[in-house]
Design a protein. Structure first.
Length: 302
């Protein structure tokens, strides 16, 4: 199970994230700016309902709750969900808002297996979590079911898969071996295709430009100031679920994709083919739930 693979210092991040103590605090700024940009882009009414997928230990949840959103948290790791409950409660107590704790609910499940009401959410937020889904087709079917017509999907902080980049492949394979989590990001082309197929419109990719821009450089392209949050390298995406009368077609069973293509193939859509994933899943310490789900999907695609 992922949390059990962490060192003691890494487990401290349950309570400390997104803080960091490096010069300039790059991780802190990147994380906080992304969340704030996402909140601004979603443009929700006060007390709107946000489904937060892969909510982890709750650092984003506490901010959303403090802003008086209603938050429905999905997180498959029970130990992380327990930490989130305590962290959010402490945050709201410390800010004299304990009554807002009732606006947050917690569900120990994956998105694919979640049983929630139809069309209850004004927004669905993935913060560094969309690349963890095992079945992207089922996941987006669920998102489309949970969102209200016209609701907003916001995907933040997911690395953009660049086919043929060996360093990316090696990094994610090592992450999977160590933590037992699926690390399978998307090319932006495939992500755009998926979103359009499952009924989303007004699909926008964003550069995240944070900090101060010297007036002497005001005529330079926006991408010059995006740094690590350049849309070429990170999927920072918003989209709106089509409403009635928008010409939405019936939902397909899935988007056809050849998952066995080599990762170096320029047409590859996800970072790891199922054959590679299966070999990684044989490593000791892999989450049993992920093994069962991945095995079913592998068998279905043979």
């Amino acid at each position: 199970m992922y949390p059990r693979q962490l060192t003691d210092d890494e487990k401290a991040g349950f309570w400390q994230k997104p803080l960091d103590w490096k010069k300039g605090h790059p991780n802190y700024l990147n994380n906080v700016y992304q969340l704030l940009n996402g909140i601004q882009a979603m443009d929700l009414d006060p007390q709107a309902t946000i489904l937060e997928v892969g909510s982890g230990t709750g650092w984003t949840t506490e901010i959303l709750a403090g802003l008086r959103y209603r938050v429905v948290c999905l997180e498959p790791a029970e130990v992380m969900l327990d930490a989130a409950k305590e962290r959010v409660s402490r945050f709201l107590q410390a800010h004299a808002m304990p009554q807002l704790a009732t606006n947050v609910s917690y569900h120990c499940t994956t998105l694919e297996e979640a049983e929630l009401p139809d069309h209850f959410a004004d927004a669905v937020l993935f913060f560094e979590s969309f690349h963890h889904v095992v079945d992207e087709n089922r996941s987006l079917q669920q998102v489309a079911r949970f969102l209200k017509p016209g609701g907003v999907l916001c995907i933040l902080g997911d690395a953009n898969w660049i086919p043929g980049l060996k360093e990316q492949e090696e990094f994610w394979l090592e992450e999977m071996k160590r933590f037992g989590t699926l690390e399978s990001p998307f090319t932006h082309e495939y992500l755009m295709q998926l979103l359009a197929t499952y009924g989303f419109a007004d699909i926008r990719r964003h550069h995240s430009v944070n900090g101060l821009v010297p007036v002497e450089r005001e005529h330079e392209p926006v991408s010059k100031f995006a740094g690590h949050l350049d849309a070429r390298y990170v999927n920072l995406v918003t989209a709106r679920l089509r409403g009635e009368g928008d010409g939405q077609e019936a939902m397909p069973d899935q988007v056809a994709a050849d998952e066995t293509k080599p990762m170096s193939n320029g047409g590859g859509r996800r970072a790891s083919g199922w054959a590679r994933l299966r070999s990684v899943l044989r490593e000791p310490g892999i989450l049993a739930r992920l093994v069962r789900k991945a095995s079913r999907l592998i068998a279905a695609r043979r």
